[in-house]
Design a protein around this ligand. Structure first.
Ligand SMILES: [Zn+2]
Length: 316
């Protein structure tokens, strides 16, 4: 097949003086973007926004891009002073969270949330259908061109969903906590997962870490990578290491008797390593005390997309 991934076809950049953004006067749910000097005229374009729009005064640049589906996107470059990240001495252990990046689920965190992977199976089926249909059309024909557009649209929708999911998660963690600890992916559990699952998951994690760091800077939250070796084997309660194959989903410590979900135990280890790494002062409180107080909260991907991950509201 001759399909190429969606690329930007064209783009224009405007300086601040070349346009006006009015957030209120567009049609229902839209802002109004007025471009000046388009052949001496002005042109008004209603824009639908995917995130909160900044005020016109802080926008430095506007870039209009056309993607492979023919849709135009406006992106704004803004100047902001990144907020200061709090001093480590001022951070309480409860203001931090450890994330275990999973293969079966997306994240298990030290507060007990288990965040599901995004389910794209419906989109994948649709993509295969559209691609099959494309392969039956004569290359270069009008129908082929139309079908190529459809394939591009499915691709674009899938990557939008993935991006939205990761941005919402990253936003939640970096606004809810002062420090987020994650495993260093370079040495992560190389032998634990099959090659294929690992490679796919790793691409997702790396992408998520980049997004997480971006949101950390934006929201004044530390994002710190910690040594990944042994986070699964080690008992978060007593530190004794036990071998566990991947199919063993529970951590059950032969030395101290601590029992907890395997990934939650790993998330506690990540959190504790983060405390040491960042210099967060913590008491001798043990994970067992925290973990027995709450059950794992299963968080669906659709809930992430609605932006509702609050642990406390679900404690009942
Ligand atoms: Zn133990």
């Amino acid at each position: 097949m001759n399909w190429k991934s969606p690329r930007e076809f064209r783009s224009f950049t405007y300086r601040q003086s070349g346009f006006e953004l009015d957030k209120k006067s567009g049609p229902d749910g839209h802002a109004l973007l007025t471009l000046k000097k388009l052949k001496g005229e002005t042109r008004e374009i209603p824009v639908r926004f995917h995130r909160d729009l900044p005020d016109h005064s802080v926008i430095k640049e506007l870039t209009l891009k056309k993607d492979a589906t023919g849709e135009w996107y406006a992106s704004f470059t803004i100047d902001t002073d990144a907020p200061e990240k709090p001093e480590s001495e001022a951070i309480g252990p409860e203001d931090t969270v450890g994330l275990d990046l999973g293969v079966l689920n997306f994240i298990h965190d030290s507060a007990g949330r288990s965040v599901d992977r995004l389910d794209l199976s419906g989109d994948r089926e649709r993509l295969e259908r559209e691609q099959r249909s494309l392969s039956r059309k004569q290359q270069g024909s009008n129908n082929w061109e139309k079908q190529r557009q459809r394939v591009a649209e499915v691709h674009a929708r899938m990557s939008n969903k993935k991006r939205d999911f990761k941005h919402k998660l990253a936003h939640f963690y970096t606004t809810e906590y002062d420090a987020v600890f994650v495993e260093d992916l370079n040495v992560r559990r190389i032998l634990e997962t099959s090659q294929n699952a690992r490679t796919k998951a790793e691409i997702g994690w790396r992408d998520f870490l980049t997004i997480l760091e971006h949101h950390g800077d934006k929201n004044g939250c530390h994002v710190v990578e910690v040594e990944a070796r042994g986070t699964t084997k080690e008992c978060a309660e007593c530190g004794v290491e036990t071998e566990k194959p991947l199919w063993v989903r529970e951590h059950s410590c032969p030395a101290c008797g601590f029992e907890i979900d395997r990934d939650w135990n790993a998330a506690f280890n990540v959190q504790q390593r983060g405390w040491t790494r960042l210099g967060v002062v913590h008491s001798e409180d043990t994970p067992a005390e925290t973990a027995t107080a709450v059950d794992t909260l299963a968080v669906s991907a659709s809930r992430v997309c609605r932006g509702n991950l609050d642990r406390l509201s679900d404690a009942v």
